[in-house]
Every structure is written in C-alpha cells, then in structure tokens.
Design a protein around this ligand. Sequence first.
Ligand code: C2O
Ligand code: CU
Length: 490
Amino acid sequence: VLVLCCGGVAVGGWALARGGTDTVGQVDFVRPLAVPPLAESRVDERGRRVFDLLARDGQRDFHGDGRLTRTAGFDGDFLGPTLRAKRGEQVVVNVVNRLAEETSVHWHGMHLPARMDGGPHQMVRPGATWSPTWTVNQPAATLWYHPHPHGQTEEHVYRGLAGMFILDDDREAALPLPRRYGVDDIPVIVQDRNFSRSGQFKKTRNLIAGIGVLGDTLLVNGTVGPYLDVRTERVRLRLLNGSTARTYDFGLSDDRPFALIASDGGLLPRTARVDRVRLSPGERAEIVVDVRPGERVTLRSNPPELGAGALADRFAGGADRFDVLQLRAADTLAGSPPVPETLAPTERLDPADAERTRRFTLTGRSINGRSMELDRIDETVTRGATEVWEVTNRDGAPHNFHVHDVQFQVLSVGGSAPPPAWSGWKDTVYLAPDRPVRLIMRFTDHSDPDMPYMYHCHLLYHEDAGMMGQFVVVEPGQRAGRPPRSSHHA
Ligand code: C2O
Ligand code: CU
C-alpha cells in the first residue's frame, strides 16, 4: 500500500518526504579519502587483546564551508577506528558511553555468546562502561560494529556511530593479496546522507517507499567527494554498505571487471571476476581492482536491477547513480602479485544434514506476521544443529535479512543457484521480492536459554519498526528460558 503525503510532516523528529529519488550526477573529487585509524590495543596480563571504544557526540565540517554538522562517533567525531584481531585471540572491548542517552554496540558478523552480542539486551547507560569479551573463532573477514538500541538503531547509525572490525587468520595471511592497511588495503564505508541548509543531517524519510532515509550525498569513510591515491598495481577495497536503507550496485566507471574475493563472512572459495557487486545495508564485499599507471577510474554505484519492476527496484536506491570514490593511479606503480584463483575452499553445509527448515516471511514491518517483542523468544535452536532458513520478501518493498551469531551459506534464490558473489559465508542477504532465499547455517556453540540473538531486516527503519525477531540457542533437550522483559542493561 502506497501512502502519499505532502512534504514537511514531522513524526517523532523525523521529517517525511514524498517519494521519488534524485539522480545524483558527477561528484567533484576534491578531498583525499579519510582512512579510519586502526584502533590501538594492548595485551593484558591474561593475554587478552584489549580495546577501548568511546561513544560520544561530535561535530564535523563535511563540506569544507564552515558549516558544522552535529554528529556522533567512536573515539572521534564521526564513525570509529578499525578494530583488528586475529583468529584464536581473546578480545575485550571496553565500550564507554559518553553520549547523553543509552546505546549499545553490536559486533555485526561476529560469532560470540549472546551476552556479548551488543543487541538491545546489552544497553549501556550514559556514563557507563560495558566490557564484552570473547574468543575470535571464525575466518578472516571484514565485519563491522554499530549501535543496536531497540527502536533507535537508525537514529544512532545515521548520526555516525559505526566502524569496521577486521579479522585476520593464517589462511588469508598466506595468500598473495594486498594487505597493507591504508596503502593497498582500504576500508570503504559507504553511507548516504541528506544535509539541511545549515549543514545538519536531515532525517527525511522516503515515505512513498516506506524504506527510511535515502540521502542525496554520499559519505565514504565520512568524506564527501573522496579520491584515493593508488601507488600499487592492485588495490583491495573492503566495501561496507553502512547506509540505513540504500542498496548499491558497485562497479567501475569503464565497466572493467575486478576480482571479488570476499563476502560478509570472509574469503570466497574461488575468486569471482565480475563487473558489479550489489550490497544492501549491512553487507560487505572485498574486491581487488587493477589500475594502470597515471589513470583515473571511478568506483560508482550504478542503478541496480533488483526485482523485476517491483517497488524494490525503484526505491532501494535503484533509481540513482552515484560516484563513490575516484582512484588516482600514480605514474609509477609498485608491483602487486596476481590475485589467486583459489582462496578459501570451504566445507559446503549439506541440506541433508539439516534438522529442520524454518520459514520467515517479511511483509510490512513484521516477520511471520509478528512485530519484535523484547520479551518473546520466537525461535529455539539446538546447539550443534544445522538448519535451513527459507526467507521470503512478500510485499515487494526492499528488504534484506541478517542473522546474528552465525555465518550462513546460500543454497538457492528463487529455486536457482546463487550468484558467485554469494558462494561464500554471509550474514546478510538481499531479498528480491517473491524469490525465497534458502540459507543453511550451523549453530556450533554458545548456548544460553535466557539470552536471545536477533534476526531482522537490516533496513534500519524497518528493523526499528519491528521487522525483527529473537532466537535462543539451547543445549539438546533444554527449553528456551525467559528473556529480559525490556531493554536490559549490561
Ligand atoms: Cu548490523 Cu542486528 O545488525
Ligand atoms: Cu525491510
């Protein structure tokens, strides 16, 4: 159902705009791309890698014209440092909340105990510190972190609270891939924003499509109009769609193919040569781009074809073309080895081993007709189980699906084999209308009958509005317990 409305209506501090998206033309690439610093860490007497992460308000002049935008960030004014840890390490993150309101910090893509997950049951009060700890036990990957307060996630992420979390392992380290952070291995956090005339983030929701904010200005690592000086023949870009609602279809300005090497949960089994990669909110991809001496080539988001003329096609960002990042190759480039064809051969989970199939239907603002309740467990999973989750977008609006705690494999999309981009581990998947996506996942450990994990649409407006559910992992034969009745303080 389409709701038409006249502009200027405000609901809960958010303006509602009539639908329609702008095509954004060429950007002047006038600023060097900001690269988030690597977070400092120390190893404590118990051998744990300890990070400090401080959430606070800030302000920033994004356009270089003196207008200061009110923002929030971790350890700075906008976004946060890149956390980095190795498989096998035990990490501790001291999350300090210096905001004027409560928030949480969720480790998106991380396999960890539910009490450490940073969802709406691990709220951190203003002035408080929350110190989750866990052992990294998953492959090298590009993960990220962001707040997850129930009903407020869109607001907190939009203001700037997010950052990357890179995991390393021996297999990845043994491959000839670019990996000098900030030199030939670059985080690329893509977010869209609207600015008011005074330079404030404008919270204009796209009402006709009902999908939340679609901004007309791209920020890449917080930079408007960014370029990157490239000094090597190959550059690895860790793309993160950190937007609240918009889907991008990344490609290069001359449509040259590039090497797609990783998805959300780490390296693909084999390198895929593609000329486009689509990322819906929350998804990541690592690509390696070949450049020639002296050239300029632009990373773009082209209008994606998402779902055969459905609303999703027109409003998931599909109408818009954005210039994202200009790569400026030096006249002399240092050599880079070719990208290997074989990356990380992965065990394929077998549907024959699945204990059961669960079905999830997304419509409106609910999943299986239910809206998120913090004190209701929707699904109970047994530790050790392999399960198939079949997820369907039934209302034609843009949606995707994210599961906490696990990385899954995609078995099929609308009955067909998934594209190469979905051949590896993922935690978030785009849902084209009426094409059931079959996912397979294994819940290896971390049982806790009382503390749920989330699954939800990662269009944050939908998530906040209730398109989210909770599951617990229990021991064989155990029953689900009682989740905390409301947002629960860590
Ligand atoms: Cu990135 Cu439940 O979220
Ligand atoms: Cu949705």
